[in-house]
Design a protein around this ligand. Structure first.
Ligand code: NDP
Ligand code: MG
Length: 383
């Protein structure tokens, strides 16, 4: 039996993780559930899963009488305080954005294992987080489907060097759109992801291919691979979740129907595989699997992310901060979709690369990037 803190419990990843807990009450217990402002949703989850600690960033007017059995924590640092109080063995870090970095950092101090969905924590604090994890001997188990696929393939490595990582990419909702149409795609167009059902921010990132750029950076940190050995291939069906290539040219791939409970469950149960009602792959019905090169002309954010990774230091933090600011503005329908990559480019050009030596450096670079991005967007703050 493992006790898990589910940080971002009301989100897409959080609720799917809880579905696995629900199916295997003999193996998993949710010791801590946290959210930002979705109090009604969290109340329901606390009622069902009965954690020791629950947290909300936004304090609700009242806690229902029947939910006062657990410890409640509120405020901007509530996730971190709840995680510490819970004494959970594992932390599933499923908060979206750099807002989840503190939780990942704390999980490395107080938990035995980190189950990582929150890719922005690695994009921004990757060197610091991975160094701390290595020093403390804490496994970082990937939840992102591509990274889980690579991690699963690596189990067969037997000490052999890996020549290349191949990240697959659905191409997002605008995969086959013309360049001029992409610029003015609406929120509704962008949120209609063809294969995965996810939170709003990551769905926008998929459509702009920023997500794949963030994932290249995430893969660099998780698997200690240089940017030049990580390739992206567009694969619209999302059946091949990613691949590794050895020096003899052999490629190992991990396949399955697109269902995040696969990679979430693999991280939760690792090294054991946790059954859920996974639909078996029907190759005959699939007929064919398609692959194509990413189109840098229509989706310029992917090469920008690779460039930021190569530049190092604060560059990935700047890329991420500008993207978070721009995606927020797009979702509030304040800017056209095509402004997102432009804003990232403008922030990268405007802010010189500085070294990142501590978490405070990360937040400084992030604040600088957001302020440049918002100024270019003609806004003073995100509200
Ligand atoms: P969602 O937006 O669906 O959920 C985010 C969760 O985090 C919610 O519980 C939300 O609470 C909470 N949250 C948001 N902001 C804060 C904050 N500032 N402080 C504390 N809690 C906060 O996101 P997803 O589940 O889609 O994604 C989570 C992470 O996992 C992201 O980093 C994403 O890139 C990654 N990921 C997601 C995949 C997916 O399939 N969804 C696939 C691969 C990676 P509330 O509901 O109250 O707002
Ligand atoms: Mg992914």
């Amino acid at each position: 039996m493992r006790t898990i803190a589910i940080l971002g419990a009301t989100g897409s990843i959080g609720t799917q993780a809880l579905d696995i807990v629900r199916r295997h009450p003999d193996q998993f217990r949710a010791g801590c559930l946290t959210a930002h402002g979705s109090s009604e949703k969290l109340f329901e989850l606390v009622r069902e899963f009965r954690p020791d600690v629950a947290a909300l960033v936004d304090e609700p007017e009242a806690i229902p009488r029947d939910l006062r059995f657990c410890q409640w924590v509120f405020g901007p640092d509530s996730t971190v305080r709840a995680l510490k109080a819970s004494k959970a063995q594992d932390a599933l870090c499923a908060i979206v954005g750099i807002a989840g970095l503190d939780a990942v950092w704390t999980a490395l101090d107080v938990c035995e294992r980190v189950l990582l969905a929150n890719k922005e924590a690695l994009v921004t604090g990757g060197d610091l987080v991975m160094t701390k994890a290595a020093e403390k001997g804490i496994p970082m188990l990937p939840v992102d489907s591509e990274h889980s696929a690579i991690f699963q393939c690596l189990q067969a490595r037997q000490g052999n060097p890996v020549r290349r990582l191949l990240l697959t990419c659905s191409g997002g909702a605008l995969r086959s759109w013309k360049k001029e149409d992409i610029y003015n795609a609406t929120v509704k167009d962008v949120l209609a992801h063809p294969t995965w059902n996810m939170g709003g921010k990551i769905t926008v990132d998929c459509a702009s291919m920023v997500n794949k750029g963030l994932e290249v950076i995430e893969a660099h940190h998780l698997f200690n691979m240089p940017a030049g050995k990580i390739d992206v291939v567009v694969h619209p069906q999302s059946i091949v979740h990613s691949m590794i290539e050895f020096e003899d040219g052999a490629v190992l791939a991990q396949l399955g129907n697109p269902d995040m409970r696969g990679p979430i469950g693999y991280a939760m149960g690792y090294p054991a595989r946790v059954p859920y009602d996974a639909k078996p792959l029907d190759f005959a019905a699939l007929g064919h699997l398609d692959f194509a090169a990413p189109d840098a002309e229509r989706f310029p954010a992917l090469p920008m992310a690779v460039e930021a990774l190569k530049a190092g230091g604060s560059a990935p933090v700047v890329l991420n901060g500008a993207n978070e600011a721009a995606v927020g503005a797009f979702l509030r329908e304040q800017i056209p979709f095509g402004r997102i990559p432009e804003i990232i480019r403008e922030a990268l050009n405007a802010i010189p690369v500085t070294p990142i030596t501590c978490i405070a450096d990360v937040y400084e670079a992030d604040a600088k990037s957001r302020s440049v991005a918002l100024r270019k967007l003609g806004m003073r703050n995100e509200e």
